[in-house]
Design a protein around this ligand. Structure first.
Ligand code: NAD
Length: 332
């Protein structure tokens, strides 16, 4: 049955990669209808809002959103629309699978990690208090409810997907109360999953170990900030930001997006690699029980990688976005 999904085209490279992905989904005959909305800074200048009300209404009706990156001003200006969407729709689990593709040359082979990032609290609640002109406090919020649900989700994923280990990443040596509670909850929940190995690592040691021995990790679970940083690191292990997909989901809604940002340095130049958003769309198809369409697209992408002749610049090739898309479509 055809499913209608909401699409936000984003800004920077967002519109280019969205159009590329929709083109491929249509060529693969994925059973999807699209309600497409422009969002971001350009829309704000025209309408006074970053996301049109019709865009929110569409997501609330369809419950599934394919979202391109949106630019967030650094150091001042409005709150991130990405964080706003995650909090407004309680998209509490951010799942980011990093899987090596043997056809792409990287420092490591056989990386296969899945990051579970808590997505609604930690420093991302955005509460910064000016104590005086030279002092700012930022609030790090950790709750039992949010910690329990993301940690359980990581163990359930491990169980259902034949994974052997879940590692909790934290800084409980310094943040004894907040990260300390996250770690304690992890240790409590781990007892209910005796068949899954459970261990923990301080975030700084985890950074070193991930770039030395990524094969020692399997499923990782962590509070929001460490998840944001470490998942970009895991993208570097598999060949860069252009390859890492993600799903943000809660009890009622799911949003699929590339992990990377709007890449203003290459926007509008037909250079962006659409693979991360395409693989996010494949995660979405899997969750919609359209695994056949998802594997058809993944196979076509794999063939293009294996051939290695038509690759975007970030993957060491010379092809434009449109040439890369045409090559994928020709393999469908
Ligand atoms: P970025 O991820 O946009 O770019 C980092 C580097 O990676 C750049 O050199 C860029 O050219 C390259 N890159 C990223 N995606 C690529 C792709 N698909 N193909 C080829 N190269 C790619 O990070 P940034 O420059 O720090 O952030 C730019 C903006 O994006 C900021 O406003 C940031 O807040 C926002 N952002 C949004 C999201 C989101 O919408 N979920 C996520 C991260 C950052």
């Amino acid at each position: 049955m055809t499913k209608t999904i909401t699409v936000f085209r984003g800004d920077g490279i967002g519109p280019e990669i969205t159009d590329a992905v929709l083109d491929i989904l249509k060529a693969a005959n994925a059973p999807l209808d699209f309600e497409i909305f422009d969002v971001g800074a350009a829309v704000y200048e025209k309408t006074g809002s970053f996301i049109p009300q019709e865009g929110f209404d569409s997501f609330e009706k369809n419950k599934v959103l394919l979202k391109s990156p949106i630019t967030t001003p650094i150091g001042s200006g409005f709150k991130s629309l990405n964080v706003t969407l995650r909090q407004k729709y309680d998209l509490w689990a951010n799942i980011r699978p990093a899987l090596s593709n043997p056809a792409l040359p990287t420092r490591f082979e056989n990386v296969d990690l899945v990051t579970f990032r808590e997505n609604t609290e930690d420093l991302y609640i955005g509460e910064e208090i000016e104590i005086d002109a030279d002092t700012v406090h930022a609030i790090k919020k950790i709750t039992r409810k949010a910690s329990e649900r993301i940690i359980k989700e990581a163990f359930e994923y491990a169980l259902k997907n034949g994974r052997h280990k879940v590692t909790c990443i934290h800084k409980a040596n310094i943040l004894k109360k907040s990260d300390g509670m996250f770690l304690r909850i992890f240790e409590e929940i781990a007892k209910s999953y005796p068949q899954i190995e459970a261990d923990s690592m301080i975030v700084d040691a985890a950074c070193m170990n991930l770039v030395m021995h990524p094969e020692r990790f399997d499923v990782l679970v962590m509070p929001n900030l460490y998840g944001d940083i470490l998942s970009d690191l895991t993208s570097g292990l598999i060949g860069g930001l252009g390859l890492l997909p993600s799903c943000n989901r809660g009890d009622s809604y799911a949003m699929y997006e590339a992990v990377h940002g709007s890449a203003p340095d290459i926007a509008g130049q037909n250079l962006a690699n659409p693979s991360a958003l395409l693989l996010s769309a494949c995660m979405m198809l899997d969750d919609l029980h359209e695994e056949e369409s998802a594997s058809k697209i993944r196979n076509a992408l794999d063939q293009v990688f294996q051939e290695g002749k038509v690759l975007t610049k970030d993957l060491g090739g010379q092809a434009s976005t449109s040439e890369f898309v045409a090559e994928i479509k020709s393999r469908l």
